[in-house]
Design a protein around this ligand. Structure first.
Ligand code: GLC
Length: 746
């Protein structure tokens, strides 16, 4: 499949530019130079207590139709040098005004941090992170964050509350939209790519910003998939499955961490000394600063671990929190707590130092207006190259779940396409959630994207048919009439943008409203139907899956959604994306994920009637679509899996043939099973992948090399090491369809 020439060239040019500005990794040693250290030492000696506590406070800005708004008292505090950072403030003029207040009015002229939730783009909005993870393309993920950082810093932002690296195995939890799916190993790789994209290699450059790994820790494992709910698991599971991506961010030099709302086994993260001091700082060597999530300190009272906000402030500061996000508890209570000797000045100074060091790292002491460059704001936002990369990422994130009789790509002989469904022409929903400064009016909808491609040579009709989430069927007739006029039907179905993200847990994750009924009604026309899904989580789509339709999962693609999807629908791009989160058959299976344990009574597909095994009476064990699953317009055949064990190295090769009718990319996945361990081990664990272009008729030999380090796992003593013995190597197109070979590693 040839890509669209002009977009491809623009994307390549942009990638070359990105490469030129980013050299290598962020220094983990923080890189505070002697001059900055001296400046900070002197500041700490001269700052009043109020000025110190101001640095530990994150204030909020807001936006009204008339423009930015900020609380009058907060503005006064800025002028008095008692505000360390502001969130949700951007555009050069606004940031400049607030920074000028801090610099020109205050005694010590300490510049402020300007933080914002740049989660999947700033003005150019990319697919939601869950969709990005399905590209299995670490380079494009890093490049997208580079663009996000370029645009955000062009509007005055120097700190992002991103990446969200919470592993989750529960699609009822709405924030899976912001993450990288269920796999820890892949989650670590993606976490690194995102921090590198944001922080680049020189935090003092005016187009890089401080990243913030969140939500520390294990926020993605709430009981019942209900946001903010209790997290309770063994230390072993915490270490093995949920902590590693945060550690990957620390290892690559992330500048800040955000505490999560949840408790872990009785201790909320925001006052968890073991988590913030013993693990994060002492064991992992984190040397950035810790900010809480929104009013998370105040919420310690609701958790029932603090008597009141004053007690909460004490617990939180003493546990290792450095900055209070909009809770004002440090501002209100630290002077008293200090007087009462319930907190120590040394702890306050430690927290202030970590924040001043971050400002030094960003070069804000050298030039507090470094991020206030009007020319950049005019010239570096939503450029053709940035939009081209966004379009490319949309195409790369689309997962082809089903394609009976090659319904997709849309045949050239089609004369009239009917687009039916509530997501067919919805600009606002294309942004998904957490879209920051994204502008819905600039989004390309599916209808627009298809029209952009078909021009005059194909008629394109549209009917909404129904809403996303109510019982109104009054639009069905019009939809049926429209379908009668077409020879090809596209159903645009799914969730609205706000049915996932924060505070958006769903107990029923089916297609909402009457969309299934609409689909079943339209399919009765007997015409070819392709379903385009827009959603922020894996859905239960059993009814849809029972219909003879193609199904393309497109998540929420952002600014270029319609164009990127159209590139796939018309065969410009052969889909290569693979699921990074399992699609369950029903909610009863949740949590269902690929790297589970075998148990003592495993269900065996060869013995389907066995009763006394780990199974349901009313549903198979396997999910509807497994981790790593995704189809292509072509087909791939795997053969000749070979392994060679040489002491600590395990070489694996496999042949992959493109046995279909077009070129295509394939994500070849390598999994390992440790057959016998001193503790039980998962039936499979992802340990490598390669995304390769294989031309029609071509066969490629794909080689992997892993070491015994890749076989290491945490033991009950929380030490991580590997154990010699028998292993099974799996290589395949997804976690369920693999070739396998046994090996012995001594
Ligand atoms: C929210 C979110 C967090 C975000 C913060 C600032 O409640 O939990 O992810 O960064 O507040 O908007």
């Amino acid at each position: 499949m040839l890509r669209n020439g002009k977009f491809r060239i623009a994307a390549i040019l942009l990638l070359l530019l990105i490469k030129a500005t980013v050299h290598s990794q962020v220094p983990k040693n923080k890189g505070i130079n002697h001059r900055d250290k001296e400046k900070i030492d002197n500041l700490l000696k001269t700052m009043t207590l109020d000025e110190k506590i101001g640095q530990l406070s994150l204030f909020r800005s807001g936006w009204d139709v008339t423009g930015p708004i900020i609380n009058v008292n907060d503005k006064k505090l800025i002028g008095e040098g008692k505000a360390g950072a502001i969130l949700n403030a951007y555009t050069v003029d606004y940031v400049h005004d607030l920074q000028q207040l801090a610099i020109e009015k205050s005694r010590l002229k300490i510049p402020m941090l300007f933080g914002y939730d740049v989660i999947h783009g700033h003005r150019t909005i990319f697919p939601i992170p869950l969709g990005q993870s399905c590209t299995w393309d670490l380079k494009i993920i890093e490049d997208a964050e580079r663009i996000a950082a370029t645009e955000a810093t062009a509007e005055g932002i120097n700190w992002t509350f991103s990446p969200m690296v919470d592993i989750s195995r529960d699609p009822r939890w709405g924030r899976v939209a912001e993450g990288a799916g269920e796999d820890t190993w892949l989650g670590c790789k993606i976490a690194e790519a995102r921090v590198k994209g944001f922080q680049g290699n020189d935090l003092k450059a005016n187009n890089t910003l401080l990243a913030c790994a969140k939500h520390f820790a294990a926020y993605g494992a709430p009981q019942a998939g209900r946001d903010y709910n209790t997290v309770d698991m063994s230390q072993l599971s915490l270490y093995e499955w949920f902590l590693p991506p945060y550690k990957s961010c620390v290892d690559i030099g992330v500048g800040s961490m955000m505490t999560s709302f949840n408790e872990i086994a009785g201790i909320p993260s925001t006052c968890n000394t073991w988590l913030l001091e013993d693990l994060l700082r002492k064991e992992w060597g984190f040397n950035g600063f810790v900010v809480t999530d929104w009013t998370a300190i105040n919420e310690l009272v609701s958790h029932g671990i603090a008597e009141d906000n004053k007690d909460a402030a004490r617990l939180s500061l003493n546990a290792g929190v450095d900055m209070d996000m909009v809770g004002n508890t440090f501002l209100d209570y630290l002077p008293e707590l200090l007087k009462e000797k319930k907190v120590a000045l040394t702890r306050i100074d430690e927290a202030v130092r970590s924040i001043l060091e971050a400002k030094a790292l960003l070069g804000l002491f050298d030039d507090p207006y470094r991020y206030c460059n009007k020319t950049r704001q005019e010239q570096e936002i939503m450029t053709p190259g940035q939009l081209a990369l966004a379009r490319k990422m949309v195409s790369e994130s689309c997962v082809l779940l089903k394609n009976p009789d090659h319904i997709l790509p849309i045949p050239g002989k089609v004369k009239t396409i009917a687009i039916i469904g509530p997501l067919g022409d919805s600009k606002t929903d294309m942004l998904g959630n957490w879209y920051a400064a994204g502008q819905w009016e600039k989004c390309i909808t599916l209808l627009e994207g298809i029209k952009n491609r078909t021009g005059e040579h194909m008629k394109v009709l549209y009917e909404k048919g129904c809403n996303t989430n109510d019982s109104d069927r009054s639009g069905f007739d019009a939809a049926l009439k429209l379908a009668a006029r077409a020879d090809y039907i596209i159903l645009a179905l799914g969730e609205n943008g706000w049915m996932s993200g924060e505070a958006a847990s769903r107990s029923n994750i089916d297609l909402p409203g009457v969309q299934n009924d609409l689909a079943e009604t339209i399919v009765k026309t007997g015409k070819p139907v392709a379903v385009i899904l827009f959603n922020g989580r894996p859905l239960v789509i059993a009814r849809l899956n029972n219909l003879p339709v193609a199904i393309l999962e497109t998540w929420f693609g952002g600014t270029q959604a319609g164009n990127g999807i159209a590139d796939v629908l018309f065969g410009e791009v052969s889909p290569a994306a693979k699921l990074t989160m399992t699609f369950p058959r029903n909610e009863g299976q949740i949590p269902v994920f690929y790297n589970g344990k075998n148990t003592g009574r495993p269900f065996n597909l060869n013995d389907r009637d066995a009763k006394y095994v780990s199974r349901y009476l009313d549903c198979p064990n396997d999910p509807l679509f497994p981790f790593g699953y995704g189809l292509s317009y072509t087909s791939f055949a795997y053969s000749n899996l070979e392994t060679n064990v040489d002491t600590r190295n395990i070489a694996v090769t496999v042949q992959v043939a493109n046995s279909g009718n077009c070129d295509g990319e394939e994500v070849v996945q390598l999994y390992i099973r440790d057959n016998v361990g001193s503790i039980t081990r998962p039936v499979k664990e992802l340990k490598g992948f390669q995304k390769v272009l294989i031309k029609k008729g071509e066969t490629k030999t794909i080689a992997f090399n892993i070491t015994t380090d890749d076989l290491a796992f945490y033991h009950p003593d929380l030490k991580k090491y590997w154990e010699p013995g028998e292993f099974t190597v799996y290589v395949g197109t997804n976690s369920a369809e693999t070739l396998s070979k046994s090996i012995t590693v001594k």
